[in-house]
Design a protein around this ligand. Structure first.
Ligand code: IMP
Ligand code: MG
Length: 189
C-alpha cells in the first residue's frame, strides 16, 4: 500500500492538547520552582533523549541557578506501543557520584523507562535524584514513580509534538497534540 506523504506536519494533527503559550507558561513555572528548590546547590540536569530535548532546552533557559548537564538516550517504543524493554543507547559521560541529579523526561507513561534510568543512576551513589517530566500519563503506570516536577497530566492518548514523536516524526510541532487516526493506522503494522 502506498502511504500518503506528509508535506506539512501540522496537517496531520487532529487536536491540540496544550498550545505553545500554555507550554511556555508552565515551563517557566517549573523552572522557577526548580531554581528555588535547588538554591545554593549545584544540580546536574539529565535529559532523556530524544523526547525530552525540546522541553529541556526551554526549561534550561528559564532556570536561574548554576547548573551542569549530562545526557542519556534510551529507547523502548515501537510505533505507539512500549516494548517494556529499555535499551540504553547513550549513557552519562560523567559520574553521578555525590551530585544532585535531575532527570528530565518528556512523558512518563508506564514508568518503565524512567524507573530504569533512575535505578541506573542510583548505582553511582548521587547525593540526590529527582524527576521532572513535562507530561504525566498516570492511567497506564506499571511502576510506582514519584514525579517531583511535572507540567501537565494527559489522558491515555498517544501524543506528539514538543519533542514527542510518532515513529521519529512530529517532534518539531511546537505544541502537544494528537494525530489524525489514519496517520497512526497507516503506519502501524
Ligand atoms: P514509559 O516507559 O512507558 O513510561 O514511556 C516513556 C517514554 O516513551 C517517554 O520517554 C516517551 O518518549 C515515550 N512515550 C510515552 N508515551 C508517549 C506518547 O504518547 N507519545 C510519544 N512518546 C511517548
Ligand atoms: Mg522519551
Amino acid at each position: 500500500m502506498q502511504l500518503k506523504k506528509t508535506i506539512n506536519v501540522h496537517d496531520d494533527v487532529a487536536e491540540i492538547i496544550f498550545n505553545e503559550q500554555q507550554i511556555q507558561e508552565r515551563v517557566k513555572e517549573l523552572a522557577l520552582k526548580i531554581s528555588n528548590d535547588y538554591i545554593g546547590k549545584q544540580v546536574t540536569l539529565v535529559p532523556i533523549l530524544k523526547g525530552a530535548a525540546i522541553f529541556f532546552g526551554d526549561l534550561l533557559k528559564n532556570i536561574t541557578i548554576p547548573i551542569s548537564l549530562d545526557f542519556m538516550m534510551v529507547s523502548s517504543y515501537k510505533n505507539t506501543l512500549s516494548s517494556g524493554f529499555v535499551c540504553v543507547e547513550l549513557d552519562l559521560r560523567e559520574t553521578a557520584e555525590n551530585k544532585n541529579i535531575l532527570i528530565v523526561e518528556d512523558i512518563i507513561d508506564t514508568g518503565i523507562t524512567v524507573d530504569c534510568v533512575y535505578e541506573r543512576i542510583k548505582l553511582q551513589k548521587p547525593k540526590s535524584i529527582k524527576i521532572c517530566s513535562l507530561l504525566d500519563k498516570p492511567s497506564r503506570r506499571r511502576k510506582i514513580i514519584n514525579i517531583d516536577y511535572f507540567g501537565f497530566e494527559v489522558q491515555d492518548k498517544f501524543v506528539v509534538g514538543y519533542g514527542a514523536d510518532f515513529n521519529e516524526i512530529y517532534r518539531n510541532l511546537p505544541y502537544i497534540s494528537v494525530l489524525k487516526n489514519e496517520i497512526y493506522e497507516e503506519k502501524e503494522f
